[in-house]
Design a protein around this ligand. Structure first.
Ligand code: FUC
Length: 786
């Protein structure tokens, strides 16, 4: 009896310890969720989950549940004849001569005709759908939720008063989509499981069948019958091959299989493990599916769930952001968006959307996967808007603005791997088309990383700054980490190629002797030339000049740090000194967007390309270039007065620019407008249509409002705190130089900042106009109290 009691006491202690441990970790990670009281009516209301490579959109429909499936490698094939166009060095010279003669419109058309593959349609595509036909009726207490602190979606409701639960996550450690269906009803569940994939222009793209008693299989190949190349129809009849396997286990009741479906009959609980692999990642993708299934077959849903949460939170929980609670969590998100449209401010939704950006990056970009495309990886189309590909004149870059600063540095890896593929492919384009050494990277490309231009018009697609802009990401990651090996092994080889290209690309402008990029455009915008024609090409747009300056600057710094002694170093030094300045103030105080002061065709254009060196670059700052700083504000005011920031991503860029202007009120105004004008019910950013860059850009913008480390003279704390954020904290936000910050503020004043150094570091802290020098050794922490 006594023995039994001791055991009981020990057991109670053990249970208490377990509970405390659980409570601790639950408590530490603040729950944030998107939730609704109805199923998704359309795709933009469904809830996204993903492990970087595989993704789902959960609709939560009690009648015909739809779980839309994604794989980031679902692309039609590359084709041997999709290669560089005929343009060569002589054509380039002819275009330059036209520009010298002021014949911009002729230069525009020659550029497109000789150097571009014009309209191209080759799209990332949906993997298909898992349908679960429940035909549930008499629904009460419906709730659909995405917990972004755990990356788990849950649908619960009562059908005829019996509780039903659907839980789903996408595991990164195990590469499996796991779904658990549970009912409390005595009769159990009845449902039909089906896999399918949309047709491509009327042609089937996959076949579905059952394998053994418990597996439903879908096999197919990506095609693009409505493909286009060179503005001509080009049906693509082959592509990435794939297999999707759904393995079902159940408690109670039976599984009944048909030729292409599995029925659950009287089942109390069903566990669905869905694996999917493609020929892009694995030669034997079908064998890989079996391996993936074997890895989970003996694991319970709970075990996989725990492992998933741990893996996810290892990234997610590094950063916590809170604003004074407005206690609106009890209201569903769609209702809260309505309140915001009515003019209410919802600060907790602002923090939720911030973490949602991090959530979406963790879910769509993991080491080893493809980088997040225009839609991350969530896409229900065969012919997606803009091919859901990679646009390099803002969009892909914006997707990664948040990575370093919000403590998700390793999620840059897919971007860096992709950049290296572009750099390799761009060497041929640089050489054959432009007679330049180094590497040329175009404004848009896709999974196969081709580097020919795809520009139906000169203004849409003929920009040449993409390579330089991508180098900024390599450079910034170095600045955040100061990882010398990374600088030597990854940054320098790519930067060297891109710098070499620009070095060969530059010409002397006969009008003033400056070195300029030519032909040169300002992405997607046009101007009226002296003949009154709306044209795109010029001799040295502001953006190209700023980008090339930055590339040269980073190249020289890298060579210095790595002690590289190369003839190119001297050449680039002298070229940098002869570059026409990228920032020139016009007669009305605004910055010029092209080589001279022209009237723009679209004064409210969504791209703010001529501010590149202000943001995302770091050339213009309040202290270093005060006149340019003021000119930036005037430029933005003018853009906005003429209807600027019309798309979600453009508005997100405005938030970043406002933060860099150190204007919290302005930043918040654009946050509110983003929420009012560019948010779908599932908090996906809308261009419209859905484009994920605005989500990522928003998160980066909020980080920029709270901490800025791009200036040489110091790190700014709470540089653009808006009046609405009176009280709050952010922990785990990163600054350049291997530093990590925890900041707490109240009554709109910083209370303290705790700084952790991962390397030896001397730096200045700037808060409210005062500067505090700090020196820290690796591993040391410093607390700053203003
Ligand atoms: C650029 C933008 C468009 C859109 C497209 C995907 O061309 O100018 O607004 O975001 O990319």
């Amino acid at each position: 009896m006594q023995k039994f009691n001791i055991r009981l006491v020990l057991f109670s202690f053990f249970m208490m310890a377990v509970l405390c441990a659980c409570m601790k970790s639950e408590d530490r990670i603040h729950k944030l969720a998107l939730w609704y009281t109805q199923p998704a009516n359309d795709w933009n209301e469904a809830l996204p989950l993903g492990n970087g490579k595989l993704g789902v959109m959960v609709f939560g429909n009690p009648i015909n549940e739809r779980i839309q499936l994604n794989d980031d490698s679902m692309w039609p094939a590359d084709s041997d004849d999709w290669n560089n166009p005929e343009g060569n060095k002589d054509d380039l010279e002819a275009i330059r001569n036209l520009l010298f003669e002021g014949k911009n419109e002729k230069a525009d058309s020659l550029f497109v005709n000789k150097f571009s593959r014009k309209k191209v349609v080759r799209s990332h595509q949906t993997l298909g759908d898992l349908f679960i036909d429940f035909k549930h009726q008499n629904i009460t207490e419906y709730k659909r939720e995405l917990d972004i602190s755990k990356a788990i979606a849950k649908v619960t409701y009562k059908t005829y008063n019996q509780l039903f639960t659907e839980k789903i996550f996408v595991s990164n450690p195990k590469s499996v989509i796991a779904v658990e269906l549970t009912t409390q009803s005595q009769e159990g569940l009845r449902a039909r499981l089906r896999l399918s994939r949309p047709d491509d222009d009327g042609f089937p793209t996959a076949k579905t069948f059952t394998r053994g008693q418990t597996q439903l299989v879908m096999q197919g190949e990506v095609t693009q019958r409505k493909g286009f190349f060179n503005s001509e129809p080009y049906p693509i009849l082959n592509g990435v091959q794939f297999e999707t396997c759904l393995h079902v286990t159940h408690e109670g009741g039976d599984l009944v299989k048909g030729s292409d479906f599995i029925d659950l009959s009287g089942v109390r609980k069903a566990t669905l493990y869905l694996v999917s692999n493609s020929s892009y990642y694995f030669e034997d993708y079908q064998a890989q599916n079996q391996k993936d299934l074997e890895a989970v077959a003996s694991k319970s849903f709970e075990t996989l769930e725990k492992e998933h949460i741990k893996d996810y939170q290892n990234l997610y929980s590094r950063l916590d952001f809170r604003l004074k609670d407005n206690h609106l969590d009890s209201i569903p998100i769609d209702e809260r968006l309505k309140r915001i449209k009515d003019g209410h401010v919802d600060t907790n939704l602002e923090t939720l959307l911030f973490q949602y950006g991090r959530y979406l990056l963790i879910s769509s970009s993991r080491p080893g996967t493809n980088p997040a495309n225009l839609q991350g990886l969530w896409n229900e189309h065969i012919n997606a808007p803009w091919n859901a590909d990679y646009h390099l004149n803002i969009n892909l870059q914006m997707n990664y603005w948040l990575a370093d600063v919000t403590n998700l540095g390793e999620l840059n890896r897919p971007l860096f791997d992709y950049i290296d593929r572009l750099v390799a492919s761009g060497q041929k384009t640089a050489r054959t088309n432009f007679g330049c050494r180094g590497s040329f990277i175009p404004h848009a490309t896709d999974l196969w990383a081709p580097t020919w231009l795809r520009a139906p018009t000169a203004y849409w697609g003929c920009s040449v700054g993409a390579g330089g802009w991508l180098m900024q990401h390599y450079w910034q990651h170095y600045e955040y980490t100061l990882d010398h090996t990374f600088l030597r092994e990854r940054v320098w080889p790519a930067l060297n190629e891109v710098a070499l290209f620009y070095s060969d690309w530059l010409i002397e402008d006969p009008r003033d002797g400056f070195l300029v990029s030519a032909p040169s455009t300002s992405p997607e915008n046009r101007f009226y030339n002296p003949q009154g024609l709306s044209v795109a090409t010029c001799l040295g747009s502001a953006m190209d000049q700023q980008i090339i300056y930055e590339v040269f600057d980073h190249y020289l710094k890298a060579c210095d740090l790595l002690q590289i002694d190369d003839p190119l170093v001297e050449k680039i030094k002298s070229q940098k000194a002869r570059l026409r300045p990228g920032f020139v103030i016009g007669t009305d105080g605004r910055l010029l967007e092209w080589d001279r002061e022209y009237e723009e065709t679209e004064p409210g254009h969504r791209h703010m390309s001529h501010l590149y060196g202000f943001h995302p670059g770091d050339y213009v700052t309040k202290n270093r270039t005060p006149e340019l700083f003021e000119a930036v504000r005037k430029t933005l005011d003018y853009r906005l007065d003429h209807g600027g920031a019309g798309t979600g991503w453009s508005r997100a860029w405005l938030i970043n620019c406002s933060a860099r202007l150190l204007d919290g009120a302005m930043a918040h105004k654009h946050i509110q407008l983003l929420l009012q004008k560019s948010m779908s019910a599932n908090l996906f950013d809308l261009h419209p249509p859905f484009q994920i860059d605005g989500n990522f850009g928003y998160t980066a913008g909020v980080a920029e409002m709270l901490l800025q480390s791009h200036e040489t003279n110091g790190i700014r704390l709470l540089p653009a705190l808006p009046p609405q954020w009176t009280e709050g904290s952010i922990t785990g936000i990163r600054a350049r130089g291997g530093l990590c910050f925890d900041m707490y503020w109240k009554d709109h004043k910083l209370e303290k900042a705790v700084i952790h150094a991962s390397i030896d570091q001397n730096f200045n802290l700037n808060y409210e106009g005062k500067t505090k020098p700090v020196g820290l050794k690796k591993g040391q922490t410093y607390t700053f109290i203003p």
